[in-house]
Design a protein around this ligand. Structure first.
Ligand code: PLP
Ligand code: ZN
Length: 435
């Protein structure tokens, strides 16, 4: 099946070979996406294959991305695939979290169960495989943390050199630790995410390094598998809503593309509505969507949130995200630091747990059900993007009453679970436990 790169801009739509190393349309500067010609997979046959493949021990079939390869058919040789058996993430129901969100029921699609603990692995297996196909030896990304952890793992697994650029001092320790352990050359730059991205895009061409940021359309192809696997797990019944946190807006672009393609190819009967939730201090897309118009997007110059994964002021994929919100009749909401922190603690108490950015979903759902935008009877899937252990410092501060914003404002949690210091004395411990 012939794959190509195509400009996302409606007025341009210029096509390029799938093997060209470009990140934006050379003609107009627009975003690129992967397109396919003569693409007419047979839904019923493939649905059966996808199930049967779960029984196989072959690496490609064990991957929750490559098992669905007919729906991401950009490679011509699967010998280039690097897989850590990504995807395969559960849908977890939680009545407790549903009640907190104002819903009768909810299911979390927990991407934190991935090999490096975040949804980035679904895309990175595709981005790294494309790098190998192109004959690249070095790959790089700028990252709020999870992308660098994921890229480092996939590059090292494939024998490529990972180079990561992270904002100095503004990355959760769990993620930095992963990149170091996976062998990345790690540059901590004294600038914020948006500034570093501009810098690295200039450097990549000069130094012959392949960029694996979410602007890379092959990563977006891989992240489509989050939606595809979700539909497979639900016997191809789309929910009413899919809710996800928004930072650089690559994930909503990927899920939106996946649902549209699944509908157009006859796998699902209709689109779910998409809801993107941003943190108040880093919510340029939320503000834009209040009155969207071409040329009207204004980046947030000083993005601030303790959910560092979504601390992004100039999201590169906003045009795609805009399109997907419109197509799905979706919404964009913003939530405060307190709302994120408390929703996160509730997801933890449900025995599930996630990193701060992921909890923006439940915080947003609570707000949207409160406002009557999401019906309490609605069938809702929230995507938890990262694992609880990514940011242990945040968790400890929350539960010990020490969580503060970058400006020193305390974030007071309603569900703090303080550790208790106990004497080495059985009677006094017994008294504590019977209290
Ligand atoms: C845990 C987590 N959640 C959400 C996001 C935001 O995703 P996107 O940038 O695709 O909007 C990120 C991105 O780094 C992330 O790491
Ligand atoms: Zn173009």
């Amino acid at each position: 099946m012939p794959a190509h790169l195509v400009c996302f801009e409606k007025a341009c739509r210029k096509r390029y070979p799938v093997t060209e190393v470009i990140y934006n349309c050379p003609a107009c500067g627009g975003l690129l996406e992967v397109g396919y010609t003569d693409w007419s997979p047979d839904p019923e046959r493939l649905k059966r294959f996808f199930r049967e493949r779960r029984m196989s021990n072959a690496p490609l079939e064990q991957s929750g991305v490559w098992r669905y390869r007919e729906l991401i058919p950009f490679l011509d040789d699967f010998g280039n695939v690097v897989t850590l058996r990504e995807g395969n993430t559960p849908l977890l129901e939680s009545p407790k979290a549903a009640a907190y969100g104002g819903l009768k029921s909810i299911a979390f699609k927990h991407q934190g169960f991935n090999p490096t603990g975040s949804f980035k692995d679904n895309g990175m297996t595709c981005g790294a495989s494309q790098a190998i196909r192109l004959g690249m030896r070095r790959v790089a990304c700028v990252s709020t943390g999870n992308t660098s952890a994921s890229m480092s793992a996939y590059a090292s697994a494939a024998g490529l050199q990972p180079i990561i650029f992270v904002p100095h001092g503004n990355i959760a320790l769990g993620k930095l630790a992963q990149a170091l352990e996976y062998g990345a050359l790690t540059l901590q730059v004294e600038a914020n995410f948006d500034q570093i991205l501009a810098l690295v895009r200039r450097l990549a061409e000069r130094l012959g390094i392949y960029l694996l940021n979410s602007i890379n359309p092959f990563r977006i192809e891989g992240q489509k598998s989050i939606a595809i696997e979700m539909m497979d797990q639900r016997d191809w019944r789309p929910p009413d809503w899919v809710v996800l946190p928004g930072g650089n807006l690559g994930n909503v672009s990927a899920l939106g593309k996946a649902f549209r393609e699944l509908r157009d190819l006859g796998f699902i009967p209709r689109l779910p509505r998409l809801a993107v939730i941003q943190a108040e201090g880093a919510a340029p897309f939320y503000r834009f969507m209040k009155a969207p118009r071409p040329g009207g997007f204004e980046p947030e110059r000083r993005p601030e949130t303790l959910a560092t994964a979504i601390r992004i002021g100039a999201p590169v994929s906003w045009p795609k995200a805009w399109y997907e919100i419109e197509q799905s009749n979706g919404v964009v909401e913003q939530v405060s630091e307190e709302e994120i922190a408390d929703a996160k603690a509730q997801i933890g108490r449900a025995g599930i747990g996630c990193e701060p950015a992921s909890a923006a979903t439940l915080a947003g759902i609570r707000k949207l059900t409160g406002a009557g935008v999401i019906d309490k009877e609605a069938d809702v899937v929230a995507v938890l993007t990262g694992n609880l252990l990514k940011d242990p410092d945040y968790v400890h501060r929350y539960h010990t009453g020490q969580l503060k914003t970058a400006h020193g404002r305390p974030v007071r949690g309603k569900f703090a679970n303080q550790p208790v210091v106990a004497p080495n004395d059985p009677d006094r411990i017994a008294a504590l436990l019977s209290g």
